[in-house]
Design a binder for this molecule. Structure first.
Ligand code: HEM
Length: 345
C-alpha cells in the first residue's frame, strides 16, 4: 500500500516476512522492535531493499521512475551538507572579515591630488541601469539562495514554523523566477563591457604593484585603461562563474528535459560552488565601490568622475578621452571657420 501511495512502484522481488529470517543482527533487532506483525515485518524488508538501491517496476515511463530511494544520492548529500555548506559559510564570513581588516589596517584609497571640479563622462545611463539591475538581481538572488542553504541553521530554530515555511516558500519562488533574469543580464553585461575587459601589459604592471592599494605601493596609481587589471579579473570571474551558475540553475529550474537524479545533483553542486565563488569575489568589489576607493561610487551613481580621479586611476583612458575632446574641438573650429567663409562668399 505504501508503495502504491508513493509512486505506483513495486519491487521486482517483493519482500515477504520470510525474507526477514535472512537479515543481519541489527535488522533482527529492528524486527523485534516492530513485533510479530507480519505486515510491518514485510514492509521493513521492503524498505531495506529500497534503501540498498533495489529497483522495481512502474507503469510510469521515464528514467529512474522505478527507483524509490536513490542510494548514490547520499554522496551528493554528504558533499552538499557536510562539505560545501560549512566551507561556503567559512569562505563568506572569511571574505567579509578580510575586508573589514583591510579597511582597518590598510584604509581606503584616497585621491592624492585635490579635485579639479571638472568632470568627464565614465558610465552612460545605459551602463548604470545595467550595473544596478545586475547588482540588485545578484544580491537578492544571493540572499535568497543563502537563506535556502543556511536558513535552517540560523533562522528556523528561532521563529514559528508557519513563518519559517512562508520565508522558505518566498525565497524559493523568488530564486526560481528571478534566476533567469540574471542569465539575461549576464549576457547583456558580456556584450556591453567585454571589449574593454581584455588584459594587456599595463594590467600586468597593475597586478605587480598590487593595484597601488597596499604597502609601499599604496597611492602609486599604476597605469590603467578604462578598466584596471582587478576590474578585468572580476569581470571574467563574473562571466565564467555567472555562466556556470546560469546553466546549472536552468537545469535545476526546468527539470522537464529528462534530467536524471545524477544530473540534478551535479547541477546543484556546480550551482552552489560557482555562486559561492561569485559571492566571495563580489564582497571585495562591493567593499571597493562603497568604502575602499574615494570617488568610485559617484561615477556609478552620477555617471561622471572628477578629472583628478580619472587621471589617478585610469590614466590611459583619461589621456584618450582628452585627446578625443581636443580633436572634436579642432574639428568643430574647422567646421565653424568653413561655415563663416561660406557665408562671406
Ligand atoms: C552595493 C553593491 C555594488 C556597488 C557599490 C558597486 C559599485 C561599483 C562601482 C563604483 C563601479 C565602477 C568602478 C569604476 O568606475 O571603475 C562598478 C563597476 C562594475 N560592477 Fe559593481 N557594485 C556593486 C555590485 C555589483 C554586483 C553585485 C555586480 C555583479 C554581480 C557588479 C558588477 C560590476 C561590473 C561588471 C562593473 C564593471 C567593471 C569594469 O569596469 O569592467 N557590481 N561597481
Amino acid at each position: 500500500m505504501i508503495t502504491i501511495a508513493l509512486s505506483g512502484t513495486v519491487l521486482a522481488n517483493d519482500a515477504t516476512p520470510q525474507d526477514a529470517e535472512n537479515t543481519t543482527e541489527v535488522q533482527e533487532e529492528l524486527y523485534q522492535a516492530v513485533g510479530q506483525d507480519p505486515y510491518q515485518r514485510g514492509t521493513m524488508g521492503f524498505w531495506d531493499q529500497v534503501r540498498q538501491g533495489e529497483s522495481g517496476f512502474t507503469t510510469s515511463k521515464g528514467d529512474e521512475h522505478d527507483v524509490l530511494i536513490s542510494t548514490p544520492g547520499n554522496t551528493w548529500y554528504i558533499l552538499k551538507e557536510k562539505w560545501m555548506s560549512p566551507v561556503g559559510a567559512v569562505a563568506i564570513f572569511g571574505s567579509i572579515t578580510m575586508m573589514i581588516l583591510f579597511y582597518i589596517i590598510v584604509g581606503p584609497l584616497m585621491l592624492s591630488a585635490p579635485r579639479t571640479g571638472k568632470t568627464i563622462l565614465r558610465w552612460t545611463r545605459w551602463d548604470r541601469a545595467l550595473h544596478w539591475s545586475m547588482a540588485f538581481t545578484f544580491l537578492t538572488l544571493a540572499f535568497s539562495g543563502l537563506m535556502l542553504v543556511y536558513g535552517k541553521h540560523f533562522l528556523k530554530p528561532y521563529v514559528p514554523s508557519e513563518f519559517w515555511a512562508f520565508i522558505m516558500m518566498l525565497a524559493k519562488q523568488y530564486h526560481n523566477y528571478i534566476g533567469p533574469i540574471f542569465c539575461i543580464l549576464l549576457i547583456a553585461v558580456l556584450f556591453k563591457w567585454m571589449s574593454k575587459s581584455f588584459f594587456n601589459k599595463a594590467d600586468l604592471q597593475w597586478f605587480l604593484k598590487l593595484g597601488g592599494m597596499v604597502g609601499k605601493h599604496k597611492g602609486t596609481h599604476p597605469s590603467a585603461d578604462f578598466s584596471n587589471g582587478g576590474e578585468k579579473a572580476l569581470f571574467w570571474l563574473l562571466i565564467i562563474c555567472g555562466a556556470l551558475v546560469s546553466i546549472s540553475g536552468l537545469v535545476l529550474d526546468f527539470p522537464i528535459f529528462g534530467q536524471t537524479r545524477r544530473d540534478m545533483e551535479f547541477s546543484n553542486l556546480v550551482h552552489s560552488l560557482s555562486a559561492l565563488i561569485l559571492i566571495c569575489g563580489f564582497v571585495f568589489h562591493i567593499y571597493i565601490g562603497l568604502f575602499g576607493m574615494e570617488g568610485a561610487l559617484e561615477g556609478m551613481v552620477t555617471g561622471e568622475v572628477d578629472e583628478t580621479w580619472a587621471k589617478e586611476h585610469h590614466d590611459i583612458w583619461y589621456a584618450r578621452v582628452k585627446a578625443e575632446q581636443q580633436r572634436s574641438t579642432v574639428d568643430l573650429d574647422a567646421t565653424n571657420k568653413g561655415d563663416s567663409l561660406n557665408e562671406q562668399s
